[in-house]
Design a protein around this ligand. Structure first.
Ligand SMILES: NC(=O)c1ccc[n+]([C@@H]2O[C@H](COP(=O)([O-])OP(=O)(O)OC[C@H]3O[C@@H](n4cnc5c(N)ncnc54)[C@H](O)[C@@H]3O)[C@@H](O)[C@H]2O)c1
Length: 411
């Protein structure tokens, strides 16, 4: 059993809670939020204990891991205090908005003999495991190129101001606009790409703000990019292009192209998104020239376009996204969850905390090493800050290859 406490009870807190019943080994000691209304809402809904202050949470000797779900601007202070209090910390992404601060956090963790880990956790998803397993086993030949899309719909048309979580937390629209989609999202793709290909040795990137008036409360330009494109090169010569926007219609695809084939999945946000493997043949490649075969994927598959579906590589927590795992759910909520899991997305945000807890318990080095997390942090900051003129830089951080994702259960 690992005792954990949450700091920050906003919108994402309820997403973490969606899979809580899949993690009985995580014991929630209590929650804290500087906004007492949020804390009370969470207490009333889930029955969790609350703390009067962050200090009260940090002096609770029962608490082993602090899960930091505060706004990005508060990540550094909250994580630092928790680490200094001798608590392990699991932080939402990005770790901080300043690489020097992130380094200081890892140094603080080292000095106090505790661990710092961070989201995103989609690296532990069955889809990512299946893609990486196919690549490791040489099923696409040698990987050469990654195309990763993170288009999250034109934000100004989505009426996000109406979206609230089950405990009534509004989706933080203005915060998302001011922090920007790159800070918020690019890490989801960087994590699996870097786990697969190693550290990037070169970053060419540009970012820009393309949309005005993204919400009534943020008129004109916000000053934060809503579009970025990163071109990464890896030591082995492979390349990746990652696009992140809240301008283009939703597209979350992950594609890895090798010299013999391609492995792809429809969405990083669905932990069991079907994965397809195409071994290239002259026939499948030439078939793409035909409009009708492109326009009708089922027909195209007869000619090999898109390949065949791979059985998913699973893990100890796969069930988290296979059935309703909420603490409380009415029939209506269970039906909504079923539809969401099937059609929209299925994430287990707690799996990152569960993996961290297991590593601590087993005395194992963290799979997502501090150097890896710092590298993701640096790449995120570089891409967001690239600006319309663009950058071409060599990152200052690097990491030793992570190796295969532990705990994979092959079909
Ligand atoms: N909204 C999403 O869909 C989503 C998804 C994945 C990850 N995230 C990440 O989760 C984090 C939180 O996002 P959110 O959407 O829940 O934001 P939110 O604004 O809804 O909630 C953040 C909560 O943190 C509290 N808080 C801020 N500073 C604090 C402090 N110093 N001490 C205690 N509480 C504090 C706020 O009062 C608020 O209730 C961000 O890092 C975000 O990038 C959000």
């Amino acid at each position: 059993m690992m005792n954990i406490a949450f700091v920050g009870c906003g919108f994402v807190f309820d997403i973490y809670m969606r899979t809580i019943r899949a993690h009985p080994e995580l014991n929630i000691c209590g929650v804290f939020d500087i906004n007492p209304k949020r804390m009370e809402a969470v207490k009333a809904y889930y029955g969790f204990s609350t703390y009067d202050s962050l200090d009260a949470l940090l002096t609770d000797t029962e608490v082993q891991i602090v899960v930091n779900l505060t706004n990005i601007g508060a990540h550094y202070d909250v994580s630092k205090k928790a680490l200094e209090s001798g608590k392990h910390v699991y932080s939402e992404k990005p770790l901080t908005k300043d690489l020097a601060q992130s380094k200081l956090l890892f140094e603080t963790a080292r000095v106090h003999g505790v661990r710092l880990c961070a989201a995103p956790s989609n690296i532990y998803s069955d889809s990512v495991r299946t893609i990486l397993d196919a690549v490791e086993r040489g099923r696409i030949g040698r990987p050469k190129l990654v195309y990763a899309e993170l288009d999250d719909n034109p934000i100004h048309l989505m009426e996000f101001q109406k979206v609230v979580s089950p405990t009534g937390a509004p989706w933080p629209l203005d915060e998302e606009i001011h922090e920007g989609c790159t800070f918020e999202h690019v890490g989801y793709h960087l994590a699996w790409i870097c786990a697969m290909l190693g550290p990037a040795v070169s970053v060419v990137a540009a970012s820009n703000e393309l949309l005005r008036d993204k919400s009534a409360s943020v008129p004109g330009l916000s000053g934060t990019p809503d579009y970025s494109v990163a071109l990464l090169t890896f030591a082995g010569g492979q390349a990746a292009r990652v696009s992140t926007t809240v301008v283009a219609p939703r597209d979350h695809r992950m594609r890895v192209i090798g010299d013999q084939g391609e492995v792809c999945a429809d969405s990083y946000r669905h932990y069991q998104s079907p994965v397809y493997l195409e071994r290239f043949t002259k026939r499948s490649l030439s078939a793409r020239k035909f409009h009708s075969l492109r326009a009708h994927p089922t027909l195209g598959r007869i000619f090999g376009i898109g390949g065949r579906r791979l059985p998913l590589v699973k893990n100890w927590k796969s069930a988290a996204v296979e059935k309703d795992q909420q603490m409380r759910s009415s029939l209506k909520q269970r039906m909504v969850e079923w539809l969401r899991r099937r059609e929209v997305y299925a994430q287990d945000k707690l799996v990152g905390v569960a993996e961290m807890a297991r590593e601590i318990k087993d005395g194992k080095a963290p799979y997502l090493s501090p150097d890896f997390l710092l590298h993701l942090n640096e790449l995120t900051l570089l891409v967001q800050g690239a600006g319309p003129e663009g950058i071409a830089v060599t990152p200052t951080t690097s990491f030793a290859p992570l190796g295969p994702i532990p705990g994979s259960i092959r079909p």
